[in-house]
Write a protein that binds this ligand. Structure first.
Ligand SMILES: Nc1nc2c(c(=O)[nH]1)N[C@H]1C(S)=C(S)[C@@H](COP(=O)(O)O)O[C@H]1N2
Ligand SMILES: [Mo]
Length: 160
């Protein structure tokens, strides 16, 4: 493809946007370039796919926990127990979605180094949208690509 055609193709596809919604004091809409404002981490991951076997990728991006903490979830940060009722719902453009618990990524609990990747294998995700990276997962299914929304939900106060 010529330079001009490549440039035109890029120009017609806008930057992807990710909505942070739910029980947040500072909900936000973020592009991949916006996600460069947080400290960046690298992850070399291997995971298994039921259909395509073992996959390897190198990702970079901020910690999901750091980005969501900036959005100020509706719990008292000083009270550890208050965080345990929060869920995180992550959705991709194609409707693929998964739930995480807040405690899974909280440094005081599960401490999983989950990333919101801004690049995969040295290719920017500016236009495809960020990807969830869970280095602790054996399977690939939660590595959701093209994330459009992350909803934080603290509504699970009682199961009685
Ligand atoms: N948005 C979205 N992300 C997705 C999926 C999907 O269907 N939709 N499939 C998942 C599954 S099952 C796997 S194994 C990995 C595969 O990633 P790869 O083929 O890019 O290595 O992507 C995950 N991310
Ligand atoms: Mo998969």
């Amino acid at each position: 493809m010529s330079q001009s055609l490549a440039a035109a193709g890029t120009a017609t596809r806008p930057l992807a946007e990710l909505a942070l919604t739910g029980d947040l004091n500072r909900p936000a809409r973020l592009t991949v370039p916006d996600l460069l404002a947080w400290p960046q981490h690298d992850a070399d991951v291997s995971f298994e796919c039921a259909t395509s076997g073992t996959r390897h990728h190198r990702f970079t991006g901020p910690l999901l926990h750091d980005v969501l903490a900036t959005a100020r979830p509706g719990f008292d940060p000083a009270r550890r127990k208050d965080r345990l009722r929060f869920l995180i719902a992550v959705s991709g453009t194609d409707g693929h979605h998964a739930l995480l618990s807040w405690a899974e990524i909280d440094p005081d609990f599960g401490r999983a180094p989950v990333l919101l990747a801004v690049s995969i294998d040295d290719t920017s995700l500016d236009r495809a949208g960020p990807q969830l990276v869970l280095p602790q997962d054996r399977c690939g299914a939660r590595h959701i690509s093209g994330i459009t929304a992350i909803r934080v939900d603290g509504g699970y106060t009682s199961w009685t």
